[in-house]
Design a protein around this ligand. Structure first.
Ligand code: PGA
Length: 272
């Protein structure tokens, strides 16, 4: 156990992206994780982020298990003529969490910092907790521009945020070159960037409010490397894509995080 971690609760969130293809597979995946999440629930927060159509079915399975449910996106207006959109207000009846600013939304769907900021504010305004993603592209990393890019994204996203909202804000540092590539970031690089994130949070929200904001790592995290992130003094967990689609693998990650934080785990952790 890493003694520095005592007293804070880590978060492991599974971003399923546009997977799995069938409702029955989504149910199997959720069921496969519940045992491990319950076993570690004294120590680790776990959240599952399925695609919109699977939210209600997964919500039923997660009811009273202590495992959180989240969506992968939201729109800031509560209702209206916004074809294809789902509002934060609509999600708030089912979910505790929502992702904003994921790099796939920024890159494939052209989401601007301003949109990310509006979505984040709307989600927090209706009582959701937000996992806000920031991270640099490969060429920005190579050019040594990580700090500047991540600070800029974060400052823009925090524009409408008040210190009182900070308990429901989590920042996920996800270097884009590490997402889905199998090339997870060197923990040293993640740590250096998390220090920058913490500094921006301190400056924007004040030290006390900033201390309530958890910081996650994301990008090819798996059971073999998750320990090296959650052992970092500034890292409060991981946002997991590909590895969260395999129940056994995600269950093992929950176990590893619980071990680092010195919490109980049981054989249930590998039950699917
Ligand atoms: P990955 O995705 O774990 O598959 O790299 C992480 C994410 O996009 O949140």
């Amino acid at each position: 156990m890493n003694a520095q971690r005592a007293g804070s609760r880590p978060l492991l969130a599974g971003n399923w992206k546009m997977n799995p293809a069938r409702a029955s597979e989504a149910a199997d995946l959720a069921r496969g994780v519940i045992g491990a999440a319950r076993a570690a629930s004294a120590t680790v927060d776990v959240a599952l982020l399925p695609p919109f159509p699977w939210l209600l079915g997964v919500a039923e399975l997660l009811h009273e298990t202590g495992v959180g449910l989240g969506a992968q996106d939201c729109f800031w207006e509560p209702a209206g003529a916004y074809t294809g959109e789902v509002s934060a207000a609509m999600l708030s009846g089912w979910c505790q969490w929502v992702l904003t600013g994921h790099s796939e939304r920024r890159q494939i769907f052209g989401e601007s910092d301003e949109w990310v900021s509006k979505k984040t504010k709307a989600a927090i305004g209706v009582g959701l907790s937000v996992i806000l993603c920031v991270g640099e592209l490969d060429d920005q990393f190579e050019a040594g521009r990580t700090d500047e890019v991540v600070s800029g994204q974060l400052q823009a996203a925090l524009e409408y945020m008040s210190p009182g909202d900070s308990g429901r804000l989590v920042i996920a540092y996800e270097p884009i070159w590490a997402i889905g590539t199998g090339k997870n970031a060197d923990p040293e690089h993640a740590y250096r960037t998390m220090r920058v994130i913490r500094r921006v949070l301190d400056e924007s929200l004040g030290d006390e409010a900033s201390s309530r904001v958890r910081i996650l790592y994301g990008g090819s995290a798996n059971s073999g490397n998750v320990g090296s992130y959650v052992e970092l003094p500034l890292c409060d967990g991981c946002l997991v894509g590909g590895a969260s689609l395999k129940a056994h693998e995600f269950a093992r990650m929950i176990e590893v995080v619980a071990e680092v934080y010195g919490g109980p785990t049981t054989e249930e952790a590998t039950t699917s």
